[in-house]
Design a binder for this molecule. Structure first.
Ligand code: CP
Length: 329
């Protein structure tokens, strides 16, 4: 008889959906079915975390390269862990000590990595569209780990996964996203996933950071925090990018905190069982108070854990194994 650790991961509960994509560039181009397919596969991947041996041989012999032109703690580390848990080999490309510092172009750098027979490249870059460019010019699978203010698809997926795990559904939830929506790739990817899956999305912040143009994506716009979070099932707070203060998009950090900072008093306007989320890194005492960040409604650390499961699912599906659950050792 097989022990619990030897049994295969449970297959996704919904009928298998073919995931025929080679790249994950954004959630805008994915259907609701494809997003659900990734979330279902992530659920199977998460079941591996509680085993004694937290590793499956699904991607043995495959090579994943993390190519991050911007800083990262969560995304880079969790892609590395996700790849290792699927038994892939991982290379973390260090931009600072690479020949990029000598002026080597992005495409030449990527072509060099491809020549080393890498199968999947995970790229973060400040320029929107960089992953799309690489996907057109190279033979490797490309995963967007954040391109400028455009998209951060795996963050959108892990946020949606965490909401579905905690609330049992996405359809009909009221999700308030608070902060600098205009410059946020996290907000865009959340908006695409949540609206496609039937959530009600309320965007909250000053008019300079939450312009009316987002109504075209099917979102509500609120410039008053209490109105925006009223009756919310989920509040997803975005990092206030302190560097933007120089551009006069809001008067001061102090004023932002006074008008839009989430604290225990303001949390009462949302539903009693509201989830408080944040993609990180967190500015404690600015967009969120210390007690709410560490309080009973916060699922910030669970988002990080779920990020590994979601990234395992993405690596697995892109590597062409759609339709079969991962086997164990
Ligand atoms: N949420 C997120 O993208 O965090 P990192 O910048 O640490 O990867």
């Amino acid at each position: 008889m097989k022990s619990k650790d030897e049994s295969p991961a449970a297959p996704p509960s919904s009928p298998p959906v073919q995931f025929n994509r080679r790249h994950l560039l954004g959630l805008e181009e994915l259907s609701a079915e494809e997003i659900t397919c990734i979330l279902d596969n992530a659920e199977s991947m998460k079941s591996i975390f509680t085993r004694t041996v937290k590793k499956v041989p699904t991607l043995r012999g495959r090579m994943v390269c993390n190519l991050f032109f911007e800083n990262s703690t969560r995304t880079r580390t969790s892609f590395e862990l996700a790849a290792k848990r699927l038994s892939a080999d991982v290379v973390n490309f260090n931009i600072a000590t690479s020949s990029v510092a000598k002026g080597e172009s992005l495409l030449d750098t990527a072509r060099t990595i491809q020549a080393m027979h890498v199968d999947i490249v995970v790229i973060r870059h400040s320029c929107p569209g960089t992953p799309h460019l690489l996907s057109r010019r190279l033979n490797m699978s490309v995963i967007n780990a954040g391109d400028g203010a455009h998209e951060h698809p795996t963050q959108g997926l892990l946020d949606t996964f965490t909401m579905r795990e905690k609330k049992g559904r996405i359809k009909g939830l009221k999700v308030a996203i608070v902060g600098d929506i205009l410059h946020s790739r996290v907000a865009r990817s959340n908006i695409w996933a949540l609206t496609k899956l039937g959530a009600r999305v309320a965007l909250v912040g000053p008019s300079t950071l939450v312009p009316r143009q987002f109504e075209k994506l099917g979102c509500e716009i609120h410039h008053n925090l209490k109105e925006g979070i009223a009756g919310a099932d989920v509040i997803n707070l975005l990092r206030i990018q302190l560097e933007r203060q120089r551009k006069n998009l809001f008067p001061s950090i102090r004023e932002y905190r006074l008008l839009y900072g989430l604290n225990r008093d303001r949390l009462r306007y949302a539903k009693p069982d509201v989830l408080v989320m944040h993609p990180g890194p967190v500015n404690r005492g600015v967009e969120i108070s210390q007690d709410v960040a560490d309080g009973p409604h916060s699922v910030i650390n669970e988002q990080v854990t779920n990020g590994i499961a979601v990234r395992m699912a993405v690596l697995y599906l892109l590597s062409g194994n759609a339709g079969t659950a991962p086997a164990t050792e």
